[in-house]
Design a binder for this molecule. Structure first.
Ligand SMILES: [Zn+2]
Ligand SMILES: [Zn+2]
Length: 375
């Protein structure tokens, strides 16, 4: 097969400088890869870190960023399933190698030889991209004229943030073994925290979401049990509010699972302070800053602390199904922007001006449904 498609990609050529639009063409996918026509790519704080130079991607520049991709498979390389050609798919943010010691012992998220688009290789801030074919999740075809899929009537691009934000949260719940009756507390209710709070509730947990942004808490209000606005509160005040909530709701005695999803030093202090006897703390958010904690609390409380980087592809199918069925609410938390506005989106994210997860949608003509403006 000789494949050739022309398109464009937004390229990080110099860290700290705006991305640059370049004409590109894509040929036959290499072994195990699939060539996607991109329908949407989520913009994540990781992309912002690479773009502004605070974090270095593993591949040398120039590099196309973007790792939360939904697209249609145009071609596959040797070793990949031909049945994927023509299918609409969601690609995992990280595809583990499946051969290293970590992969063999079932810790796919600890794989050091995995492939992450926009980090190890060119990503999906582009009209087309290559992704590993073995872990993509095939999506249903649109059954209506509007081009939406699933019982939740989602545009395919709306699923893009599941590739990282929602699945990373699911992996954290899995690691913390969240089950029916647990109390799950999310410190940080944006992206990962918002999806995590919903996914915890789907497991039957009682969920408390904490944030300093009233708008985020409002968006989650009907999807969780309790919200706590932490603006202006000290860590000890937040802890008092949480204790009061647990008592008032009659949840005392249930295992308490805390999730740090704000990726801020203040959030990390609050989350650590919420550790209870026999409970756990999952570190999911990222900040390069250090915080001072009394680590002996972990010993004194017989508690567990763990982190997770990304998600095992084996968990993707369940999260995608929950979104397609409407059990996991996605649409109110995502908004589309044209791919060509990527630099503006990164700038606004840098300023903290984005409340919703942005998905970049390339303008690829009549076959692509127009993104629904949700703002
Ligand atoms: Zn990401
Ligand atoms: Zn591996």
């Amino acid at each position: 097969m000789i494949m050739h498609v022309d398109g464009a990609a937004w390229v990080l050529e110099v860290a700290g400088a705006p991305l640059v639009r370049r004409e590109r063409s894509w040929g036959d996918p290499g072994p195990g890869l699939a060539l996607l026509e991109v329908r949407g790519c989520g913009v994540c704080h990781t992309d912002l870190g690479y773009a502004d130079g605070s974090v270095a991607p593993r591949a040398p520049l120039p590099l196309v960023l973007g790792h939360e991709v939904v697209g249609r498979v145009l071609a596959v390389g040797t070793g990949a399933s031909e049945s994927l050609v023509g299918r609409l798919v969601l690609a995992p943010a990280v595809s583990p190698c499946k051969r290293c010691a970590a992969c063999v012992r079932g810790r796919a998220t600890s794989c050091t030889r995995g492939r992450m688009p926009g980090n190890d290789a060119d990503g999906a801030f582009a009209t087309h991209t290559f992704v590993p074919a073995h872990d993509v999740v095939a999506l249903p075809e649109p059954t209506d004229g509007a081009g939406t899929i699933g019982r939740a009537s989602l545009y395919p691009w709306q699923l893009a943030p599941i590739s990282d934000a929602a699945t990373t949260a699911e992996q954290a719940l899995e690691r913390a073994k969240v089950v029916l009756g647990d109390v799950a507390i999310f410190v940080g209710a944006g992206g990962v925290g918002g999806f995590g709070a919903q996914l915890a509730r789907l497991r039957g947990a009682r969920v408390i979401a904490i944030d300093r942004a009233a708008a985020r808490l409002e968006a989650l209000a009907t999807l969780v049990d309790e919200t706590i606005d932490a603006s202006g509160l000290e860590a000890r005040d937040v802890r008092a509010r949480v204790r009061e909530t647990i008592e008032r709701r009659g949840w005392s005695g249930a295992p308490v699972r805390v999730f740090e999803t704000s990726g801020t030093p203040a959030g990390q202090k609050v989350a650590f302070d919420l550790l209870t006897r026999g409970g756990s703390l999952s570190v999911v958010g990222f900040t390069p800053e250090a915080v001072s904690l009394r680590l002996s609390n972990v010993m004194a409380l017989d508690a567990e602390v763990f982190g997770n980087w990304g998600c095992d592809p084996a968990l993707y199918g369940g999260v995608v199904s929950a979104a397609l069925e409407g059990a996991l609410s996605v649409a109110p938390f995502v908004e589309a922007r044209p791919l060509d506005e990527v630099n503006d989106v990164l700038e606004r994210m840098h300023q903290g001006a984005l409340q919703k997860r942005v998905v970049l949608v390339p303008a690829t003509g009549a076959t692509t449904p127009q993104p629904r403006r949700t703002a």
